[in-house]
Design a protein around this ligand. Structure first.
Ligand code: ADP
Ligand code: 5GP
Length: 205
């Protein structure tokens, strides 16, 4: 599943809250060329890479998707996602719009969520309040948010990040309900169908 949203809406905070409450989710760690923020660690928030190292990952097909966002590369390492999916775990990618659309192309049944702020003033307060970007970077990210807002309808659901814990539970509920979709239960439906036929024969129905 994919989680996107405007810069500063609280995606990172929301994902930490969700995975803290529900350890069953596998949160992918992206590679990026942007500089670490204070408190961020290589291999925890991101794999921080140089432009050359990142381009080498692209050339060796080590990324499922990548995009350029406000002047930096961001991409999803392939190995972790494929390993976790092979184990049957729900993998969460916290990525921007272009990457989300690429994931939809490659995995048509991926769930795409877009995190919305309760209102735009709150978005600005959060983005400024984080205290990690200069005024120019904040303006560039808000400019990109205007563009991203034109494509929200390409997602499956929106989650309004007002109360953090309620929003995390809403994301959890959406993932759980996705498991009940008919197209994700083909094996179970097939088994019950053939067992039912046998049962009907056995009982002369
Ligand atoms: P994003 O990853 O979307 O860019 P962050 O997770 O870094 O955003 O959050 C931006 C700021 O907003 C942070 O200072 C964070 O503590 C704050 N924040 C996130 N979610 C909430 C919330 N539900 N209520 C209040 N503040 C929040
Ligand atoms: P930030 O610099 O605020 O951590 O992230 C900037 C943007 O890049 C956010 O919208 C975030 O979701 C997105 N992003 C983070 N990792 C990836 C990734 O692997 N691929 C893509 N396409 N976007 C990413």
């Amino acid at each position: 599943m994919v989680v996107s949203g405007f810069s500063g809406v609280g995606k990172g905070t929301l994902m930490k809250c969700l995975t803290g409450r529900h350890s069953e989710y596998a949160l992918s760690i992206s590679a990026t060329t942007r500089a670490p923020r204070e408190g961020e660690e290589d291999g925890r928030e991101y794999f921080f890479r140089t432009k050359e190292e990142f381009e080498d990952l692209i050339a060796r097909d080590r990324l499922i998707e990548y995009a350029c966002y406000c002047g930096n590369y961001y991409g999803t390492p392939r190995d972790y996602v494929e390993e976790q999916m092979a184990c049957g775990r729900d993998v969460i990618l916290e990525i921007e719009l272009q990457g989300a659309l690429e994931i939809r192309r490659q995995y048509p049944d991926a769930l795409l969520l877009f995190v919305m702020p309760p209102d735009v003033r709150t978005l600005l307060t959060r983005l400024q309040g984080r205290g990690t970007e200069s005024g120019d970077v904040i303006r560039a990210r808000l400019h990109r948010a205007v563009e991203e807002s034109a494509e929200v309808e390409k997602y499956d659901y929106i989650v309004v990040n007002d109360d953090l814990e309620q929003s995390a539970e809403e994301v959890h509920r959406l993932i759980v309900s996705q498991h009940s979709r008919v197209e994700h239960n083909a094996e179970l439906i097939g088994e019950i169908r053939s067992e039912l036929r046998l049962l009907a024969e056995e009982t002369g129905a």
